[in-house]
Design a protein around this ligand. Sequence first.
Ligand code: ATP
Ligand code: MG
Length: 661
Amino acid sequence: MVEGRNRTIQGIKAQLNTSQYEAVTSTEGPVLVIAGAGSGKTRVIEYRSLHLVQSEVDPESILLLTFTRRSAQEMIERASRNDARCSRIDGGTFHSFASKTLRRYSKNLGLSSSFTIYDEGDAEEAIRRCCNKMGYDQDKEFPKKNELKNVFSLCINKGLDVDDAVSKTYEDYQGWLGEIKTVQKEYGKYKLKNNCVDYDDLLVYLKIILENDEVRERLSSRYRYIMVDEFQDTNGVQADIIRLLAKKNGNIMVVGDDAQSIYGFRGANHLNILKFPTIFEGCKVIKLQENYRSTQSILDVGNAVLANMTHKFDKRLVSATGNEGEKPTLRCFADVYEEAAWVARKVQGLCATGAALREIAVLFRTAFASMPLQAELVKKGIRYKLFGGRKFYETAHVRDVVSYLRLVANPSDELAWHRVLLLLPGIGARTVERLLDLIAGHSNLATIIDKVFAPFCTGHKHSPVFASFAALLQSINDPSMKPARQLELVLAHYDPIMKVKYKKDSSRAKELIMLEHMARRYDTLKDFLADVAVDPDKDSKDDGLEYLTLSTVHSSKGLEWGKVFIIGLVDGVFPSGRALSNGDGSGIEEEKRLFYVAATRAMNELFLSYYNKNGVSERSIGELCRFLEPGNVKQTYEEKVVKAVNVQVRRYARNSGYKRR
Ligand code: ATP
Ligand code: MG
């Protein structure tokens, strides 16, 4: 038995380099592993868990905190393959650990152990009710529930007061400060009364109970070895939780990469990791120098941006494989649609030459930027899963406007009628059912307008509403009209409805403009609908089939793929326009870190692309992302475009203070 275990310890050693082995076997006292992307930090946690268990440490006394539940499970599963006892290791996210612990100690907080946890939607709904109670909801200018939620979250995660949180996020709401504070108080009372907590409360309450000596003592004797992955993305409350939890035993290992801190907008503080050795006295700092993930050419794209970051542990990524690899390609397209079409074709090409779909990922700054690509993939029948955003065709507003067009293509489409009629201002469910009965007997849109709606257009209390709706249907019921024009008319009608339904959510309006631009590429409504009106749910179930990963950079953290595309590398898109206009420069620093995360997800091939027109406005915006160094990429386009790229990069290098190596 003992011999068998020794063999496994030898086996562990064989899987690690010297620094990793040192980290794995440094089991007592505080340890910080700080290293660049792909250097095996997560692997260290996995093997350290195994090593602890093999050294007869009770698995239940090991706590593993990670950023997603899935990654904790994965690590434990992998360690369990070598030693089944590892399956008893306790692991999860900060939030899941908090929820489990609070159930046990809730009475210390005056909560019943049966408390309910609000997800984001529940929290926003509760805030809406509080606004409603105070009569604030009546004012169209009053902040929306999700904006209020963001402000309250920021107060907790960054330790700000409402005044500061509002000035950092929604300058326009300065005039409502008093009311916002009232809602914050009401929301607090509401949650207590209903025995509910939101995600932020979970962390705050956990910190509070850990400040109680007796509770902390009990938790410290239970969890004697603590490990935290992705420590660079912890916020102040999470850092305090770790400090308190590890105070007694001091056996705490955190791993992370300060250059990959990308949740600053949610209150994460990348300085937590740099401050760690000052908080835990005698902390051993271990740096991992080699990258096991990517070819050197890919790493050089990351190194260029790394060299320009402020606040960092000095590092340069060097490939352990010794494989130089092909230089990443940079392509420029006329617009987003061409870029999307190329990516879809290229993915098909890669699969045709033997690549598996699951080895490929397409990354982007915001899910919005992936919409034309989603359309293209649906068209080509390429299965994909989207991480970090709403699927375009599943969004309520896109479904709303497409429903009007479905009526023109098929006047017997009851679901589309139902959706559209419910949007009519002031019309309730009962009237809608009555109308549906009346419509059911007809299959011609002109007849329906005439027979069903015309009688409601005069002398009815909602006549103006019906008249405008009937006029819209009449105007779009024209077989010779191009889909883009039909959509334009629908959008004009839908705009005021959307404003009421979603208040000031400008991203929805932009998405609809994007849809209109997509429609311009179709000659017939039938073809347009065939591409957009797919059943969006059919791909979302995990049926074990292969799929292409579409992901925001944020959601790609910690993961890797053989072949990675980064699309939309346009200044103002990636890096985001908002970050560029942010005066104190912190926004642009976070964008650099995001770009570095994106580029370092690729193992063997990296495809970079950008475009000259964004497809939403006619304005030409094709300025290349400022983080790209032309020397590191292979530009595969006509001479003209390559020259233009170089000129732009030079100009941006000058304007942004971006240094060349
Ligand atoms: P990130 O910063 O992206 O989270 P990381 O530092 O956590 O990356 P890992 O994900 O642990 O890095 O490792 C990156 C890749 O390198 C994985 O495929 C892992 O299996 C491999 N790897 C790590 N260490 C070694 C090693 N010593 N020998 C061979 N492969 C290794
Ligand atoms: Mg990792």
